[in-house]
Design a protein around this ligand. Structure first.
Ligand code: ZN
Length: 382
């Protein structure tokens, strides 16, 4: 029997399904060896994708090139330990304990949960995606992407994406995970503060596959359509499923996501209602301002169909009137964009309200200039 019973549920914060800090954590080891100043470009790093780590495998691959030369021949486990200690050391204290706790939480799940559909755990594009989507990605031009993408409302991209078979497999896997959670009474963390019904896919082994989904398929699209919010530099994700049923308790207001770009794909099953509604893109300061008529848009989910939008695009769901719906969500983030945003004040390239204010200022400036010219004209005539 798995000994997974936890006495108290983990506390989640920030709508992000991560555990809050615990002050009892042991101090972090300070590595005695220093990293190189410049990467060793000739060194071929190892693969870390089969390991369940609390940082992305690509972070370890990049960092390995900076390891002290005498460490390069060490075992992969020793390198991981060394690099992990460094990574943790550079996180703020709260983040560090949070990352450690979350790593332990994941480890606990992964060492006990038995996946049902192994083929989901690595990326198989041909069996996952519909041919039109595959072709557009492989052609890799703006034109090929535009040929499969519709934009029914500004900033809301829709396209056919997932094969029905993949949707079935993923739903079966999630149901299997939920059944395991039920049987073992495991205190599972939900995807965010808004969704009581759902599971974090990254927590039970699907992180590497979803990382590839973001890298190879979502970033190329975001690079073309969402460049102004870091679409070209998406480098981390939060992947989960949410479930809706008739009379289930859901928040019917709008919200924004903790993401730069959000992928939302319907996996099925049979349902009516549950439309996704949009209310325009806003920065933090303007998040509660009104909507313009052209920003109001309703989208009806179709199984296998994807919606891609900015995380800052305000949206919500309508009640499911019958049946049961499951959606896959991938919140994609860009650390570069988040860093840059700290120093910016004007978000008129993507916030509808900042753009309106800017236009208003320009109009006022033009009007003032015109009247000044007229006044000067009048003076010179007199
Ligand atoms: Zn704004």
């Amino acid at each position: 029997m798995s000994g997974d019973r936890r006495e108290s549920p983990p506390v989640t914060a920030g709508g992000n399904g991560v555990v809050l800090q615990d002050k009892k954590t042991a101090p972090v080891m300070v590595p005695s060896q220093r990293l190189r100043l410049h990467p060793n470009k000739d060194h071929m790093p190892e693969s870390y994708e089969d390991l369940q780590l609390d940082f992305s495998p690509s972070v370890f691959r990049s960092l390995e090139k900076y390891l002290p030369p005498n460490m390069l021949s060490d075992s992969r486990e020793e390198k991981v330990k060394f690099m992990r200690d460094i990574l943790l050391k550079y996180l703020p204290h709260g983040e560090r304990t949070r990352a450690q706790k979350h790593g332990e939480y994941r480890q606990k799940i992964i060492s006990h949960y038995k996946p049902l559909k192994r083929e989901l755990y690595s990326m198989h594009p041909v069996t996952f995606f519909v041919p039109s989507f595959m072709k557009a990605i492989n052609d890799n031009t703006e034109e090929s992407l535009r040929s499969i993408i519709s934009e029914p409302s500004p900033g809301v991209l829709t396209f056919e994406m997932l094969q029905p078979r993949f949707c079935e497999l993923l739903v079966a896997e999630v149901e299997n995970f939920e059944a395991w959670v039920n049987d073992t009474k495991f205190r599972v963390m939900r995807p965010n503060t808004m969704n009581k019904y759902g599971a974090v896919l990254d927590d039970f082994g699907l992180e590497t596959m979803l990382d590839k989904l973001m890298d190879g398929f979502i970033r190329p699209i975001s690079k073309v359509f969402f460049r102004e919010v870091g679409g070209a530099t998406l480098d981390s994700h939060h992947g989960f499923v949410v479930e809706y049923g008739k009379d289930w308790d859901v928040d019917l207001g709008f919200h924004v996501d903790d993401s730069e770009v959000t992928l939302n794909v319907c996996l099925g099953k049979q349902f009516s209602g549950g439309e996704l509604f949009f209310r325009g893109t806003r920065c933090d300061k303007h998040v509660n301002t009104g909507s313009q008529p052209e920003e109001i848009f309703d989208y009806s989910h179709v199984p296998g169909g994807a919606v891609l939008h900015l995380g800052r695009h305000r949206h919500g769901v309508r009640a499911t009137t019958s049946g049961h719906r499951i959606n896959l969500l991938l919140w994609c983030r860009s650390s570069v964009f988040r860093e840059i945003r700290k120093y910016q004040k004007d978000f008129s390239s993507w916030c509808g309200e900042c753009a309106r204010e800017k236009k208003g200022r320009q109009r006022a400036f033009i009007a003032a200039t015109k009247s000044e010219l007229l006044r000067q004209d009048g003076e010179s005539v007199a």
